[in-house]
Design a protein around this ligand. Structure first.
Ligand code: PGA
Length: 259
């Protein structure tokens, strides 16, 4: 059984302004640094995903700390006439170390396909960014009994062409669409069942070394009140947190629950 370090991500989505973002980040940094020592980080990896315009400013304070800074999205090309888009090298240039791909709001609001998500994942990894690939079913897919098929299909396409070596830089976030921002968290049992299936899928493609080591976060209405029960599940390796990452008190409490 691998000893996986939980990863707690704070996905701010299109929230905060510069001042409030800097305040949240500095309170998270203060907490994480207070439970870390120079050579021993906190016991959880912590990543903040601010909106693009604030990335550089937030990174200027996370950079020297034990907290990492990531981006919410990227484009599949490195340069060119792609108005409004942002490349992997631009993200690295301002200090991002990680990027989300396939978040449900990009799949379902913007209309990103599984194939596009896979291209983004590959581009990010090829460029040296770590990736958190988000997968998850809608309520209709769950009610129809298709959860595991949907999730495994998203994994196949989202990780198409990714080598076993590159998988060391991949985190999977299982985020049931019906649980995101709704207050309805998956039960620990339901989440654990899907996490086991995700790990089995990764094993079938890349073998047990990769599947034992990969971190699989749960996301969808994670709060300080439900985090401990979720983290107690053997295949849940942390959380991707939206709403509760917008105040340092609740986000830090979720980090604490993972230790
Ligand atoms: P939520 O969002 O915690 O607000 O449900 C999670 C996410 O979308 O990553």
């Amino acid at each position: 059984m691998a000893n996986r370090t939980p990863i707690i991500g704070g996905n701010w989505k299109m929230h905060t302004d510069l001042e409030s973002g800097m305040r949240i980040a500095s309170e998270v940094i203060d907490y994480v640094d207070s439970i870390s020592s120079e050579d021993a980080p906190a016991g959880a990896d912590v990543v903040l995903y601010p909106p693009f315009p604030y990335l550089q400013a937030i990174e200027s304070i996370t950079g020297p700390s034990h907290v990492q800074c990531g981006a919410q999205d990227l484009w599949i090309e490195e340069e060119g006439a792609f108005t409004g888009e942002v490349s992997a090298s631009m993200l690295k240039d301002v200090g991002a170390s990680m990027v989300l791909t396939g978040h449900s709001e990009r799949r379902h609001i913007v209309g990103e396909s599984d194939e596009l998500v896979g291209q983004k994942t590959k581009r990010a990894l090829d460029s040296g960014l770590a990736v958190t690939l988000c997968v998850g079913e809608t309520i209709n897919e769950r009610n129809a009994g298709n959860t595991l098929d949907v999730v495994c299909n998203q994994l196949s396409k989202g990780l198409d062409g990714i080598s076993a070596d590159a998988m060391a830089n991949v985190v999977i976030a299982y985020e049931p669409v019906w649980a995101i921002g709704t207050g309805h968290t998956a039960s620990p049992e339901d989440a654990q069942e899907v996490h086991v299936a995700i790990r089995a899928h990764v094993e079938s493609v890349h073998g047990s070394d990769v599947s034992n080591n990969i971190c699989i976060q749960y996301g969808g209405s994670v709060k300080p009140e439900n985090a401990k029960d979720l983290f107690a599940c053997p295949d849940i390796d942390g959380a991707l947190v939206g709403g509760a990452s917008l105040t340092a008190d609740s986000f830090n409490a979720i980090i604490e629950a993972s230790l």
